[in-house]
Design a protein around this ligand. Structure first.
Ligand SMILES: [Zn+2]
Length: 195
């Protein structure tokens, strides 16, 4: 991946990836209606006409990675949730190890493999990667190795369970084409491969 000067400014949160403008700092108390544990938000200079933003690092106005729209921010939050479960909550890998693998998996340079640098598509790929990685360690720990699957177009397909929405529905991602969809949880079965 070649990174040009503009792209670099985007990754550092200095330029808006959507309208190519500069940025402005907005106190989080003004940006959000509720308290969110963030001091400052770095938004596109054209905010709110352009709705790109990112959070600043604690006690600073330095942007955390690239500016994104609300939909991408949701994906970023989901990816962080899974990544943090792996490296902070369960400490199954060090952050360094995780980023090295993630960089290889996403085929992006190591220094830009942190989730705050990723676009929407790669946030989703990072989320799936972290979920699979977590279950990989779980299988190792418990010795129970099963693969979640479902039937699609009459064929058994490998899936990753992204989220259990309620008792009846789950969001899953198909391994074959990385498509996500909501399916009935009763349609998921667990296959035990011969090892
Ligand atoms: Zn913008």
């Amino acid at each position: 991946m070649k990174i040009n000067a503009f792209h670099l400014q985007v990754l550092k949160g200095e330029k808006c990836p959507y309208c190519r403008s500069g940025t402005k700092v907005i106190p989080a108390t003004i940006f959000y209606d509720t308290v969110v544990g963030v001091d400052f938000v770095v938004a596109c200079r054209n905010y709110p006409q352009c709705n790109a933003y990112t959070h600043a690092y604690p006690n600073s106005t330095k942007p955390q990675g690239r500016l994104v729209d609300k939909a991408t921010m949701r994906k970023r939050t989901m990816a962080y949730k899974q990544f943090n479960r792996l490296v902070i909550l369960k400490q199954l890998m060090t952050k360094k190890e995780a980023l090295a693998e993630l960089s290889e998996h996403l085929e992006i340079p190591l220094e830009y493999s942190e989730i705050c640098y990723l676009n929407a598509k790669n946030c989703m790929r990072a989320e799936t990667w972290a979920i699979k990685k977590f279950w990989h360690f779980e299988y190792k720990r418990t010795g129970k190795f099963t693969v979640p699957m479902t039937v699609r177009n009459g064929k058994r397909r490998k899936i990753t369970i992204i989220e259990q929405v309620d008792s009846y529905n789950s969001v899953v991602e198909f391994e074959e084409d990385e498509k996500r969809m909501m399916i009935e949880a009763s349609k998921i079965f667990f296959f035990k491969p011969r090892t």
